[in-house]
Design a protein around this ligand. Structure first.
Ligand SMILES: Cc1cc2nc3c(=O)[nH]c(=O)nc-3n(C[C@H](O)[C@H](O)[C@H](O)COP(=O)(O)OP(=O)(O)OC[C@H]3O[C@@H](n4cnc5c(N)ncnc54)[C@H](O)[C@@H]3O)c2cc1C
Length: 380
């Protein structure tokens, strides 16, 4: 087959690769996006689709900057994607209740202080007020917070819409591309052989989620990204029993408008094993019943697990790889890749086109672990 020459090759078609491809294509850049399987079948498909709010005016940490940037982009981005593709991605503002367990008072107050300091709308709720949002909520939670601007998206539909929008913008999407033969020369990667075809390009972006370390290590770049398994149980009820997300620590219930409820999620270091376990599923079901006892009667329709791309500080790694003049990375989004995807795609597109992103990337640089990363991976 003849060689093709896109300006930019993106390896990995999860939410990071897809949003980056779309943002580039919208600016008239020719893009090829490839994945070793179908588009969007890994962590991005498995996630719960929660989109916490942000406030750019008071965002003074790397995480808050990226979250608030994305929060600002989401409403228009979601509306535009739905208009263009005709796919309802389920984006809506549903609110979220953060409940406080008896033994987690300190963490809960820290969270309250953090939301207040960021200037995010937050209301304190008594146990009776919680029951106005969730009629069957267990009465033991005396302190809760309500975040009215918390939103959600149905990520499988979001990924489908991103793929459709990419195709509308002439992004070339190559699925089931198994073997990558990557050639580096003089600090550049400008050719990748995939099966019977050679792809040549000006710049390349790796957006391969939990697989980043294994793909990049042979190129001499140690990226400390590791898989963190998350399991989810999906329940089905005849109608939506409550509208808002309920969170307790790092676990949550996410109600969809058609009566489905996601119970998430575990955080496990299980390597690349992507199966659910009896312990994980049982723990999630117990958690759900302990918050909303009537869920004991709900039908279990599905369970699944996904591999979050975890970094040492739980923050994404974005931008150029210093050892190369044309290589970029978008990885390590851990628990927030869906929320942060509109901002991530925009930033990576900016960087690859030599433009200055709208927010500071201090603390999010792809190379921030380069020296320590080599040592830590070598010890594994
Ligand atoms: C259970 C769970 C719940 C979550 N809940 C939320 C949530 O509520 N809100 C939120 O914002 N985030 C959530 N997340 C996190 C979010 O899903 C991730 O941060 C995000 O999906 C990461 O996107 P990604 O594109 O980097 O990775 P992925 O979606 O994993 O995509 C990486 C892609 O690279 C491809 N690939 C890998 N190796 C190669 C190779 N050698 N060649 C070609 N392609 C390759 C893979 O096939 C895959 O398609 C959750 C995650 C999980 C698992």
């Amino acid at each position: 087959m003849p060689s093709v020459h896109p300006e930019i090759l993106i390896v990995g078609a999860g939410v990071v690769g897809l949003t980056t491809a779309l943002m580039l294509a919208e600016r008239g850049v020719s893009v090829t996006l490839l994945d070793r399987q179908l588009v969007g079948r890994e962590a991005s498909w498995a996630g719960a689709g929660m989109l916490p709010p942000g406030n750019a005016a008071n965002a003074d940490t790397p995480e808050a900057r990226l979250r608030s940037y994305s929060h600002g982009l989401w409403p228009e981005f979601a509306a535009d994607l739905t208009d263009r593709t005709g796919i309802d991605i389920g984006y809506h503002i549903c609110g979220a209740i953060e409940v406080c367990a008896h033994d987690q008072q300190e963490e809960f107050h820290q969270l309250d202080t953090q939301w207040q300091a960021e200037g995010i709308r937050v209301e304190r709720l008594s146990a009776q007020e919680v029951q106005q949002h969730v009629a069957d909520m267990d009465g033991r939670f005396q302190n809760s917070l309500f975040l009215p601007d918390f939103a959600q998206v149905r990520n499988p539909r979001y990924l489908k819409a991103l793929k459709a929008a990419c195709l509308q913008r002439d992004v070339e999407i190559l699925e089931h591309v198994q073997a990558l033969d990557i050639h580096q020369k003089d600090g550049r990667i400008s050719e990748v052989r995939v099966e019977s075809r050679t792809l040549q390009f000006d710049r390349i972006c790796f957006a391969v989620g939990a697989w980043s370390a294994s793909l990049l290590q042979p190129l001499g770049f140690a990226l400390p990204v590791k898989p963190v398994r998350g399991q989810i149980v999906q329940l089905q009820l005849p109608t939506q029993p409550f509208r808002c997300v309920i969170q307790l620590g790092r676990r949550y219930l996410v109600p969809r408008r058609d009566g489905l409820i996601l119970i998430g999620s575990t955080e496990e270091n299980a390597g690349f094993a992507k199966h659910t376990t009896t312990e994980g599923v049982a723990g999630l079901l117990d958690f759900a019943k302990s918050l909303v006892p009537s869920l004991a009667h709900a039908k279990v329709v599905h369970t699944w697990a996904g591999l979050r791309p975890g970094s040492p500080d739980e923050l994404p790694l974005l931008g150029p790889v210093p050892e190369f003049s044309n290589v970029f990375i978008g990885a390590g989004h851990f628990r927030s890749g869906l929320q942060m995807s509109p901002a991530t795609g925009t930033i990576l597109a900016d960087l690859m086109l030599g433009e200055t992103p709208a927010i500071s990337l201090d603390g999010l640089e792809a190379a921030r672990f380069s020296s320590s990363a080599t040592a830590s991976l070598a010890g594994d």
